[in-house]
Design a protein around this ligand. Structure first.
Ligand SMILES: Cc1cc2nc3c(=O)[nH]c(=O)nc-3n(C[C@H](O)[C@H](O)[C@H](O)COP(=O)(O)OP(=O)(O)OC[C@H]3O[C@@H](n4cnc5c(N)ncnc54)[C@H](O)[C@@H]3O)c2cc1C
Length: 399
């Protein structure tokens, strides 16, 4: 059962989304940008530091409540929710889990207030589903500093972020340093500030949906980084990435539910208002079944997200030991909720008929936004790979 403070926070998020986000959503989609003051307003509510401890200015929410807020923000606008999710999810989680005290003191308060926005730069032109194949390289020098070179692709928030977590190979032919792992490639995570010399946003993608979210390419040229820019162990970046993605994928699941819920509400209202054959289309069994299926899928996504959030909380306490591991559950939640969102938004367009296909009505945007959730933070094919791997590991006694 939800606790009183969870219900209050969710209500606050819903009210904020209704007043400050939803009215601007189609305009943001049109202009392909968010109003920059929206991050300030979200920061004032504490929603830029949802899981950051209070001593750094955050709200210190549990995962379940964080995901409920994210759903409400996505119900307001999916592009905004994506930006907020990358910032609160992978970026803040990695800093909290692996940052030194100095790094936490330096960055967490400004992330929590929203004065600095975070980005997560893992993907590259030839490295999406397979992050171990990244080419960006960080070379350590004798003076202890690092030199970062490479390019990154599809970086959400890349142009508005003040802090970018860049994943880079830390071994290789040329560096001759001590950061060589046994066997596989070593990857490190580097805290790069937006105004670093050599940081360049080279292009902004025109996306199908989530158009107001910045999806950019980066060119990183000879960026000089001091040792305090390295997050944790410079050999363990891939491990960190997968951990961050467990949280990130739950965030994508919550965004998917927000999008689907909005589409469902529009479709229900429209079905009551639209008349054909002398009656509301909501009177037709075919439409009622669509609404029933939409509601059922949304409810099932929400339940799975809550179970996954519970697994994450309990696993961090060392309780859960089954095939339903944190990676499996977060992959299942993302897979199910995103596919449900695509299905629900498609049905919403269908209920709107010809008007559903028009830009003037809200549901076509939701269908475009929903499609993205099947791709980012790991495609749904990769989600199935993760779930199957965890099941088989458990069945063969490896877990
Ligand atoms: C809107 C948006 C925002 C994004 N934001 C970020 C961000 O902030 N930071 C970041 O680092 N990245 C980001 N990405 C990148 C995203 O994570 C990648 O696009 C995604 O992981 C897929 O990689 P890819 O595009 O290279 O596809 P590929 O890996 O080339 O995959 C192509 C197809 O092959 C399938 N496939 C690949 N490998 C397998 C396999 N082993 N088994 C079965 N099927 C497979 C895939 O599922 C897909 O259908 C974003 C992408 C989008 C669209």
């Amino acid at each position: 059962m939800l606790k009183t403070d969870q219900i209050e926070i969710r209500a606050l998020a819903r009210e904020f989304a209704a007043k400050e986000i939803r009215p601007h959503s189609s305009h943001w989609d049109e202009k392909r940008d968010l109003d920059s003051d929206i991050f300030v307003k979200i920061g004032e509510l504490g929603f830029m530091g949802m899981c950051i401890p209070e001593r750094y200015g955050g709200l210190d929410l549990d995962i379940e409540t964080y995901l409920m807020v994210l759903e409400e923000l996505a119900w307001g606008d999916a592009s905004l929710a994506l930006s907020v999710a990358i910032h609160n999810g992978p970026v803040a989680t990695l800093l909290l889990n692996y940052g030194s005290e100095e790094q936490k003191d330096k960055y967490l308060p400004s992330l929590a207030s929203g004065s600095v926005i975070g980005a997560f730069a893992l993907s590259e032109v030839s490295a999406g589903s397979d992050p171990a194949s990244i080419q960006t390289q960080a070379i350590s020098r004798d003076d202890g500093n690092w030199i970062l070179n490479g390019t990154k692709r599809w970086v959400t928030n890349g142009d508005r972020a003040g802090l970018i977590m860049v994943f880079a190979v830390t071994d290789g032919e040329t560096n001759g340093n001590t950061y060589k792992s046994q066997g596989g490639k070593s990857v490190g995570v580097f805290l790069v500030e937006r105004d670093s010399k050599g940081y360049c946003v080279t292009g902004r993608d025109v996306t199908m949906g989530l158009r107001a979210s910045q999806t950019v390419s980066l060119d990183l040229q000879d960026i000089k980084l001091t040792p305090d820019c390295v997050l944790g162990d410079p050999n363990r970046g891939l491990h960190y990435a997968f951990q961050a993605l467990n949280v990130g994928r739950l965030g994508v699941a919550a965004q998917s539910v927000g999008i689907a819920q909005e589409a469902f509400e529009h479709a229900t209202q429209y079905a009551l208002e639209r008349h054909q054959f002398g009656q509301a289309i909501a009177d037709f069994g075919a439409i009622q079944f669509k609404l029933a299926d939409m509601a059922s899928r949304i409810a099932s996504s929400r339940s799975l997200i809550r179970t996954a959030a519970y697994t994450m909380e309990s696993d961090s306490n060392g309780i859960d030991r089954s095939a339903y591991t944190v990676p499996a559950m977060s992959a299942m939640a993302k897979l199910t909720a995103s596919e449900n969102a695509v299905w629900v938004t498609d049905e919403a367009v269908q209920i709107f008929g010809g008007y559903g296909y028009m830009r003037d009505y809200p549901v076509e945007k939701l269908m475009r936004d929903a499609k993205g959730t099947e791709i980012y933070e790991g495609t749904n094919e990769i989600m199935r790979v993760v779930v199957a791997r965890e099941i088989l590991k458990h069945a063969s006694g490896d877990l």
